[in-house]
Write a protein that binds this ligand. Structure first.
Ligand SMILES: Nc1ncnc2c1ncn2[C@@H]1O[C@H](COP(=O)(O)OP(=O)(O)O)[C@@H](O)[C@H]1O
Ligand SMILES: [Mg+2]
Length: 235
């Protein structure tokens, strides 16, 4: 589904990514781990067209992503959930979700897409008329994921969704991602510094350090490697 080959990105003299190659598949969670500054956010921003790469390619179903504009990439079915759980606090939950549907022309389709999110996240449905500012951290994270889902993407790019959530809420969020990918066949690239919880749900794991892939393997094997954990995963 997603094929990344020899991707390199620089900001001036800073090499943020250097020769990064990997694949992500339908129905699978591919987690990208690494310390602060490893290049994780740059990777997602490059895949969604917000940052230009200097070398390499990324393809989605054989179509190039690199060199395309963000709105074209979004229309191809790639949805980016940026770090920070940005919602519009002055708007209700429902209004925030409806904003994600602007690209759909037919009103019935927009409504159906929002209703699907309420089915998936009943907690949001219960709070649909409330202002987004009243939501807890976990609910806000559901709302930004929901806002990505209303565009009916095939690939979700998630930037540190568990950051700042309690371990319990973060585990619930990971379980939700697992359901979305297993049941709905969505692919996910899950960027996390919180390696432990990401490894518990992912199908494949990649560790970035200073812009390069250090290792790519089955999550269970990474979790069992004590020296790797100590050096790159922080647990
Ligand atoms: N807009 C930018 N301009 C210059 N340097 C940047 C910019 N964004 C990130 N960097 C640098 O690129 C490297 C990778 O950053 P980033 O992709 O944010 O890593 P991560 O998300 O893993 O913390 C870091 O050295 C960071 O300082
Ligand atoms: Mg980051």
């Amino acid at each position: 589904m997603l094929q990344v080959e020899e991707l390199s990105v620089r900001y001036g003299q800073v090499r943020a990514l250097e020769g990064v190659s990997f694949e992500a598949r339908d129905g699978r969670i591919t987690t990208v781990l690494g310390a602060n500054g490893a290049g994780k956010t740059t990777l997602l921003r490059t895949l969604s067209g917000l940052v230009r790469n200097q070398a390499g390619t990324a393809r989605f179903d054989g179509q190039p992503l690199t060199g395309r504009r963000p709105e074209i990439i979004a229309r191809m079915g790639v949805a980016h959930v940026p770090e920070g759980r940005g919602v519009i606090a002055e708007l209700t939950v429902d209004e925030n979700l409806r904003l994600g549907t602007f690209s759909r022309l037919r009103r019935v389709e927009r409504r159906a897409a929002v209703d699907e999110v309420y089915e998936r996240f009943p907690q949001l449905g219960d709070r649909r008329r409330r202002s987004a500012s009243t939501l807890s951290g976990g609910e806000r994270q559901m709302l930004v994921i929901g806002r990505a889902l209303v565009s009916r993407p095939r690939l979700l790019l998630l930037d540190e969704p568990s950051l700042g959530l309690s371990p319990i809420v973060s585990a619930q969020m990971m379980a939700t991602l697992r359901e979305l990918t297993s049941e709905a066949g969505l692919g996910a690239v899950l960027v996390e510094q919180n390696a432990r919880s990401a490894l518990s749900v992912a199908d494949w794991a990649i560790v970035l350090n200073l812009g390069r892939i250090v290792v790519a393997d089955e999550p269970a094997r990474l979790a069992a490697d004590e020296s790797l954990r100590r050096h790159y995963l922080g647990f």
